[in-house]
Design a protein around this ligand. Structure first.
Ligand code: HEM
Ligand code: HEM
Ligand SMILES: Nc1nc2c(c(=O)[nH]1)N[C@H]1C(S)=C(S)[C@@H](COP(=O)(O)O)O[C@H]1N2
Ligand SMILES: [Mo]
Length: 341
């Protein structure tokens, strides 16, 4: 028995795969390091995302047929609007630069709309389920997928070529997709909180860092002791998932020196405001608790009296206003991949 032919089924399934892969690679790009080599992930992300555009001619056939049916279309049209908004904002960010309208950036719109796509597409698919067939694993599907991949690569290459020929700001972005802002001039570097944190006003004179080592009494380290211990200068790039980066010269104390013997699995760095990240203990020699940037004490916005400098990691690891550093035996990856606050 053959089921009734449903043109567009494969198009719909391809859209589903592309959406899942866009979402996964988008968060991957935010999650894994901050080196320029991340261009591999962001390029893949861009190619997959533009694959959706390649499928427009096929999907419009499906959509027109669907729109003729007597059913509510609000959900499907909302989904379409969210996808368009996310795509336009993503390409705008990648080509035109760090756009900002009333404090909302193109990248905010891109990620925000993509976030809302998840429930919208779940609803859309739940109401219009598409069956998988054994023939989906065929030579024909493989060839179609290859064609789609080729089309998507061409679309991505076209965007990048226009961007570089027209010398759009995008041609100067970092591999992470971020734009330079305030390198060497911390006062021009944006002050960014991950979500809801507020800049606290702390008095260095009464501030002390608490250091917790296993089976030892907590140790208090005052601000002046931290400044006196600051023996390390690192030039490092702070690359925020908000879409900007800056290189600064940071001065502070290396975590392995502050902690002494680093025994344990991970280091927990917690701020006065409760913002917390857990890092592998093996990273201690590369991590710096900085009190100075570009030769001057940190400003309140940039983490005074002391912040973490985590070279090679995205900005959300660089805990500001550090109150406590502790060492324990839990693995560092036993935490949400992104801060929840
Ligand atoms: C890029 C994401 C997508 C967009 C923008 C989109 C948009 C639309 C629109 C506007 C319609 C016509 C209106 C309606 O039927 O109410 C439609 C119909 C439909 N969509 Fe999607 N869709 C997307 C992804 C998907 C996915 C992932 C599936 C399933 C796996 C799917 C399955 C269907 C089906 C079965 C129809 C109805 C076709 C018919 O009744 O003849 N769509 N879609
Ligand atoms: C519906 C899901 C998504 C789609 C279809 C999508 C698609 C795209 C597209 C087409 C671009 C432009 C690429 C270029 O022209 O260079 C882009 C850029 C970007 N997207 Fe997404 N995206 C999605 C979700 C996400 C999510 C969830 C994140 C992060 C959590 C994200 C982060 C980024 C970043 C950082 C860029 C800039 C990369 C660059 O400049 O090359 N995206 N996205
Ligand atoms: N306590 C705390 N530290 C934090 C954050 C935060 O919200 N709270 N945001 C992080 C993020 S997302 C980034 S990009 C950097 C930004 O540092 P800056 O404000 O000095 O530029 O701080 C990180 N440290
Ligand atoms: Mo950030």
């Amino acid at each position: 028995m053959s089921s009734p032919r449903r043109p567009g089924r494969r198009t719909n399934l391809a859209l589903l795969v592309l959406l899942a892969a866009s979402f996964a690679t988008g968060w991957l790009a935010f999650g894994v390091g901050a080196s320029p080599a991340l261009a591999v992930v962001t390029t893949l992300h861009g190619v997959i995302g533009l694959g959706l555009v390649v499928l427009v001619p096929w999907k419009s056939v499906v959509a027109r047929r669907g729109l003729r049916r007597n059913r509510p279309h609000l959900g499907a049209l909302t989904l379409a609007s969210l996808i368009v908004a996310s795509l336009v904002a993503g390409v705008a960010h990648a080509t035109l630069g760090p756009l900002d309208v009333a404090g909302i950036s193109a990248l905010d719109v891109h990620v925000g709309a993509a976030f809302l796509v998840v429930p919208a597409v779940a609803l859309h698919v739940a109401q219009r389920p598409q069956r998988l067939r054994r023939t989906d694993l065929s030579r024909r599907t493989a060839l179609q997928s290859l064609g789609l991949a080729g089309g998507a690569t061409i679309a991505y290459a076209a965007v990048e070529t226009v961007s570089s020929v027209a010398r759009l700001p995008g041609s100067g972005r970092r591999g992470t997709g971020s734009y330079e802002a305030g390198s060497g001039q911390p006062s021009r570097m944006p002050v960014t909180q991950w979500f809801t944190d507020d800049v606290p006003d702390l008095d260095p004179a009464s501030y002390a860092l608490t250091v917790h080592l296993p089976e030892r009494h907590p140790r208090r380290v005052t601000y002046s002791e931290l400044v006196a211990a600051a023996d390390t200068d690192v030039r490092a790039v702070l690359d925020c998932t908000g879409g900007w980066w800056a290189e600064q010269e940071w001065r502070g104390v290396r975590l392995d020196r502050l902690l002494g013997e680093v025994e344990g699995e991970s280091i927990v760095v917690r701020s006065v405001t409760g913002y917390t990240r857990r890092l592998p203990a093996a990273d201690a020699p590369r991590l710096v608790l900085a009190t100075y940037v570009a030769g001057a004490p940190l400003s309140a916005g940039h983490g005074a009296p002391v912040r973490l400098v985590a070279p090679g990691r995205r900005g959300f690891w660089w805990v500001k206003w550090v109150a406590q550093v502790s060492l324990d035996d839990e693995p560092w990856w036993l935490q949400p991949p992104f801060p929840l606050q």
